[in-house]
Write a protein that binds this ligand. Structure first.
Ligand code: PLP
Length: 387
């Protein structure tokens, strides 16, 4: 049976072109880039090229910093803990604003900072599932809020927040602005200068690069206490030997992802809409969030009367990989918050299932998925006729 992968918000396959670009850096050009000999220095041109691709892909200015690190989680920790060390711990300000729909890499780090004495506000979303500038205005404290951290696009729903407006509100009130753009990069245009963000998190494995490498953009003139101390890599901003192959892979993956943005927003969107239209024809089904407000590849759907894990198990049995954004699972609070904020009926019979496509998803796969999803819903509803 052919397997169909519709879980691209969890991770994506490495583009074979990216893989090819990375290969020489495992067994041929394996030197430590910090070494002075030829093995070390021969890695420099490819690293420079990768860094250029990252700057160009995000439209970062030459004077800004892009730190290559291990993942999106590390970038988020670096920003939040850096703000703690640089501002909160020094008694300058004590308030951080984030939202109720953030990824655990933000939410749990904020909870940790609360345990150290930071005051954290978790913003709700509006009826559309969006963190608006007006919601932020209601909670920001002029010259007291140190940092506002709001994700660019939500991992469960794909809903896109108005990052440029949010950053403007933060700046008007003397706060710095960070966005976790892990689910936005490669799906929508991400321009750090246009959005005027101070810090931005991204992660290669969400845009057909390798797992275990990510990045943090830091606007020119800003500094963060590093999370790691040790070597002098990344301009002393992130100690630890750089994973050259992965850095090269991430740079090239971003290059390809930016070039594929039109395809993503036309062809991937067309396939996503086709799948969504078919799903919406199933009785008692709700898709979370307006299409126009979402990334082009994501659907979070709730089938009344069907328990999410049973559904996924059945889908998996039939060769389709998706994931749950359960309205009643403690592991998925960000979806839960969205469900609640959007007044979705969250009784135990409602569970969110996320389908996420990529530029490698084919029309045949979507046609097959439509057939299997319909049959699965019918089968599970006929077993449990209580809904
Ligand atoms: N932020 C968001 C919105 C994510 O979706 C993820 C991964 O699912 C992360 C952060 C964590 O990224 P990484 O897996 O690179 O640590």
């Amino acid at each position: 049976m052919e397997k169909i992968y519709l879980d691209n918000n969890a991770t994506t396959k490495v583009d074979p072109l990216v893989m090819k670009k990375m290969l020489p850096f495992f067994v041929e050009k394996y030197g430590n880039p910090n070494s002075l000999h030829g093995f070390g220095t021969e890695t420099h041109p490819a690293m420079g090229e990768a860094l250029n691709s990252l700057y160009e892909g995000l439209n970062a200015s030459d004077d800004s910093d892009i730190i290559v690190n291990s993942c999106g989680t590390e970038s988020n920790n670096t920003v939040l803990k850096g703000i703690y060390f640089d501002i909160i711990h020094k008694g300058v300000k004590n308030h951080i604003i984030t939202s109720q729909i953030e990824h655990p890499a933000i939410r749990h780090t904020c909870e940790f900072l609360e345990s150290l004495g930071a005051d954290v506000t978790y913003l709700p979303v509006n009826d559309d599932g969006i963190v608006t500038a007006d919601i932020l205005k209601e909670h920001i404290r002029k010259d007291q809020t140190a940092l506002v951290s709001i994700m660019w696009a939500n991992n469960e729903t794909g809903l896109i927040n108005p990052v440029k407006e949010l950053a403007a509100v933060a700046h008007d009130n003397g706060a710095l602005f960070h966005t976790d753009a892990v689910q936005a990069v490669g799906k929508v245009k991400v321009d750090v200068q246009d959005a005027n963000v101070d810090f931005l998190t991204f992660s290669a494995h969400k845009f057909h690069g390798p797992k275990g490498v990510g990045g943090l953009y830091i606007k020119e003139g800003l500094n963060l206490t590093p999370l790691f101390h040790g070597g002098e890599q990344m301009g002393k901003k992130r100690a630890g030997t750089v994973n050259v192959a992965f850095m090269v892979g991430m740079g090239y993956a971003l290059d390809l992802a930016v070039k594929a943005l039109d395809f993503e927003n036309q062809e991937v969107r067309r396939l996503r809409d086709k799948l969504e239209d078919a799903i919406m024809k199933i009785d008692d089904t709700i898709v979370i969030g307006k299409r126009s407000l979402r990334t082009p590849n994501t659907i979070l759907v709730s089938f009344k009367g069907i328990e999410g894990e049973a559904f996924l198990w059945d889908l998996n049995w039939n060769g389709i990989a998706a994931s749950t954004g359960s309205a009643c699972s403690s592991e998925d609070l960000e979806a839960d918050a969205t469900f609640q904020a959007m007044h979705v009926d969250t009784d135990l019979s409602h569970t969110g299932v996320r389908f996420s496509l990529s530029r490698f998803t084919t029309e045949e796969e979507i046609d097959k998925a439509i057939e299997v999803i319909g049959k699965t819903v019918d089968r599970l509803r006929s077993i449990s006729s209580t809904y």
